[in-house]
Design a protein around this ligand. Structure first.
Ligand SMILES: C[S@@+](CC[C@H](N)C(=O)[O-])C[C@H]1O[C@@H](n2cnc3c(N)ncnc32)[C@H](O)[C@@H]1O
Length: 257
């Protein structure tokens, strides 16, 4: 799938907040080696490099557009970016492993997570955040619109299902089974978005990308017109903006010894 760092970054404040909330629960004082899997355009990986200036920090992402943007925007001596698939990541060497808003794109990621957790060294931390909003109107309407009329055959198999992520209890089970101390929670952020068609603008940066990629320019515009009307009804614009509630799931594991 083709990512657009500019579009994704339009709601950087709201998108960055869960990362900071996640990181606040990671207690390592001075890791030597930190990895950010599915690092995107690197703004948040940079937060890791600034928090731990003596650590070597690596951001890995499978999107050439994202890795290119990350390399262009930052030049800290302890930070580098690598093009790669997180499914090929070999765990065991890093003291802190972070993956934020990426595993929802990786079917069967629970198996990977179990492997990473099992390989976490003593003193190590593993922290992940995934969106828990696949049954929210934004996603449910996307799936129903993509499955209706002319779109059903054009978009078959393009969208993720509503089980793209597990429930908090699933992640808790994985971390505990690996012998880690676990801290798992969920938060719904009541985000107030500015502007016209605010929710459409948000999903264009992420959930809608695979649909837009699969359609011609004219088809994409037509699809967006129909989906946008449904979103306006589900998320009416109010006096202060458009309220877009967003549930997120967090899991932090720590190997104490
Ligand atoms: C929603 S963005 C999140 C980026 C960043 N972690 C953040 O929080 O801003 C998801 C990122 O996961 C990356 N991604 C998805 N599947 C991946 C995979 N199998 N291997 C590596 N990166 C992947 C995408 O390229 C994209 O940059």
């Amino acid at each position: 799938m083709r990512w657009d760092p500019g579009l994704y970054g339009r709601h950087a404040g709201h998108r960055g907040r869960p990362f900071l909330d996640l990181l606040a629960r990671v207690g390592h004082e001075a890791p030597r080696s930190v990895v950010d899997l599915g690092c995107g355009s690197g703004e948040l990986t940079e937060v890791l490099a600034r928090r731990w200036p003596t650590a070597q920090v690596v951001g890995i992402d499978s999107s050439a557009e994202m890795v290119g943007a990350a390399r262009r925007r930052t030049a800290l001596p302890n930070l580098r970016f690598q093009l790669g698939d997180l499914r090929n990541y070999e765990p065991g060497a890093d003291d802190v492993l972070v993956t934020n808003a990426a595993l929802q794109w990786v079917p069967g990621h629970q198996g990977l997570l179990a492997r990473w957790a099992a390989a976490l060294p003593v003193g190590g931390w593993l922290a992940l955040q995934v969106p828990g909003n696949f049954s929210a109107p934004s996603h449910a309407l996307l799936r129903s619109h993509a499955g209706s009329g002319q779109w059903a055959s054009r978009l078959r198999g393009v969208l993720r299902h509503d089980d793209a992520v597990g429930e908090p209890i699933d992640y808790l089970g994985i971390l505990l089974a690996a012998g880690l101390e676990a801290d798992v929670w969920e938060t719904t952020y009541e985000q107030v978005l500015p502007g016209e068609d605010a929710v459409l603008d948000w999903v264009r940066g992420a959930a809608l990308r695979s649909v837009l990629d699969a359609l011609s320019e004219d088809e994409a515009a037509e699809f967006e017109a129909g989906y946008g009307a449904l979103l306006r009804e589900a998320y009416p614009r109010g006096e202060h903006g458009t309220v877009f509630g967003f549930r997120r799931i967090f899991a932090v594991g720590h190997r104490t010894g």
